[in-house]
Design a protein around this ligand. Structure first.
Ligand code: FAD
Length: 522
């Protein structure tokens, strides 16, 4: 097991130097002098903490947790693994461990606690002239936001929740309501520093080492550890008109969503577009207010469901940015946009928020859920990309079929994105249509709601519907597949390339074993 490494490392420590292609955050460092073993923690509390994740579905105990001081330490750890006389040990970078299915775990291997690199906010440098931020892979997006705002700038695309890491979201895609216009977070990266599974530290971009750059973006941690990302910035807005519009009919809802995502020029339409699905039982039996809706709003929405006999109420969530110069015209622009839409008349809910309040909305929800004891609970989440041509079939079969009588405590998201904002050279996969929907079944198993087994049965039924011959043809986002065949189908035409890149950048298959894509080293 990994514990063997301690003695073997001491005898090989002089031979761990790796080629360093210096990037902004890579400090030139004498790797051979590092005492890697002293940074591996094997105490019970530490390994237990690294044995599970936000999902609380999978458990896997590592032999140790590595706390690097510099990116070069990670390279040294990987080279140490590769120098083992028998099989190498696996190495899993762990950002915030906010995966749902054990993706950042490493049974019997070493988990790299990425937060040890430099501390919060310290490895974030903004270039005002270049309009980019260099952020350590371990940095939380909330800290990147605050660092950029000091210069009046901000990244263009956000996940709904900001207390997750740059490296963690870029290993998936990083999607949110701005992606229809700017693409996912991985489409907004100029350069990366990556420590590969061969222990090399490589700076890459679309021009330099492009194969590694495109592999790592959406690469599920399979090709290297991202230790720095250069992310494009835009001038930050000050405030936001934050809107929800209710619909009782899916066809009208999706038609309006698609109209809104076709308004792609900056300054036209909304700057952020998402959508949610409220099943009838959630409205009737769920929380009586939320951080957006007051108790009387929820009562009105419940009344709408009863009055229209609709099994489901949908709402578009939009945001229109404004600042001092546009403060007087934003209401007019909003009114003109609303005129073009067909939500149920009168069912428009508007809040005015600062840009940060808006972006950090799930952070506030986290505080509420934590105080209610409903944060550290099982989250058998299922995220899918559904082709536009099948979204109405999906709605009928899932929201009005499989989930009709469920008791979902949590959230169901549904919003469209434009495929041409995704770069097909990246490892991330999407359906092959110009527009596809992100659908997130973000449900929690809490006392008084459905249990994990019930939610998992429903997830399995949804996946079966997607996979059946002639089925909906969804792709999983934040994917989980139990078999190699499942992964082959997931990557589709990209599978051959993924396997090739793996053989090149992590030939012993030591990185991020919790994804379960490639068999662990023997
Ligand atoms: P971890 O769970 O720690 O790691 C994820 C995977 O990436 C693992 O395989 C890990 O080994 C690997 N990894 C971690 N760091 C690195 C690195 N530096 N280099 C290479 N590989 C690495 N996602 C969205 O796209 N949009 C959303 O709106 C969104 N909202 C969310 C809301 C909540 C409340 C939660 C819990 C998650 C949400 N997510 C969303 C999902 C989230 O983006 C992913 O789960 C992401 O992986 C979490 O980041 P993390 O830092 O916790 O990664």
């Amino acid at each position: 097991t990994t514990l063997l490494i301690v003695t073997s490392f001491l005898s090989t420590a002089g031979h761990l130097g790796a080629p360093v292609h210096s990037g902004a955050l890579i400090t030139s460092h004498n790797v051979s002098s590092l005492d890697i073993t002293s940074k591996i923690h094997t105490d019970h509390d530490t390994t237990t903490e690294a044995s599970s994740d936000f999902g609380h579905i999978v458990e896997a105990t590592p032999d140790g947790v590595f706390r690097p001081t510099f990116p070069a330490d990670i390279a040294a750890l990987i080279r140490l693994s590769l120098s083992q006389p028998t099989a190498p040990f696996t190495v899993a970078p762990r950002g915030k461990g906010h995966s749902s299915r054990g993706q950042a775990l490493a049974a019997g291997g070493i988990v790299v606690d990425m937060s040890a690199l430099g501390g919060r906010g310290h490895r974030t440098t903004v270039s005002v002239d270049g309009m980019f931020v260099d952020a350590g892979g371990e940095q939380l997006w909330i800290d990147v936001l605050h660092a950029a705002l000091e210069h009046g700038l901000a990244p263009r695309v956000w996940t709904d929740y900001l207390r997750i890491t740059v490296g963690g979201t870029l290993s998936n895609a990083g999607i949110g309501g701005q992606a229809f216009r700017h693409g996912p977070q991985i489409s907004n990266v100029h350069e990366l520093d990556v420590v590969t599974g061969t222990g090399e530290m490589i700076t890459c971009s679309p021009e330099v080492n492009p194969a590694l750059f495109f592999a790592a973006l959406g690469g599920l941690g399979q090709f290297g550890v991202i230790t720095r990302a250069r992310i494009g910035l835009e001038p930050a807005p000050k405030r936001v008109k934050w809107i929800r519009l209710a619909y009782s009919d899916v066809h009208t809802f999706t038609t309006d969503q698609e109209l809104l995502i076709s308004k792609r020029a900056s300054g036209s339409g909304f700057d952020y577009i998402e959508g949610q699905v409220q099943l009838n039982r959630t409205l009737m039996e769920g929380r009586r207010s939320s951080s957006f809706f007051s108790a009387s709003d929820i009562a009105r929405l419940t009344g709408l469901a009863i009055e229209t006999g609709s099994a489901v109420i949908y709402y578009i969530e939009g945001a229109m940015y404004y600042d001092d110069n546009t403060a007087t015209s934003v209401d007019q622009k909003l009114d003109a946009l609303l005129e073009e839409l067909s939500f149920v008349r009168g069912f428009v809910f508007v809040r005015d928020a600062s840009y940060v309040e808006f972006l950090d909305r799930v952070g506030r929800e986290e505080q509420n859920l934590r105080s209610a004891g409903a944060w550290d609970v099982p989250h058998p989440w299922l995220n899918l990309f559904v082709p536009r041509s099948r979204i109405l079939d999906f709605d009928a079969a899932v929201f009005k079929g499989i989930l009709r009588d469920t008791n979902p405590i949590g959230l169901i998201l549904m919003y469209p994105m434009n495929k041409d904002k995704w770069d097909d050279r990246m490892t991330a996969v999407t359906p092959d249509e110009d527009v596809f929907y992100a659908v997130g079944l973000l449900r929690s198993a809490v006392a008084g709601g459905s249990d994990v087994e019930q939610l998992e049965r429903e997830n399995a039924a949804v996946l079966e519907l997607c996979d059946l011959a002639g089925g909906i043809g969804c792709r999983q986002y934040l994917p989980h597949h139990a078999s190699r065949d499942g992964w082959r189908r997931h990557f589709g035409a990209k599978w051959g390339r993924v396997a090739e890149l793996k053989a090149r950048y992590d030939p012993r298959a030591i990185l991020s074993p919790g994804q379960g894509i490639f068999p662990p080293p023997l």
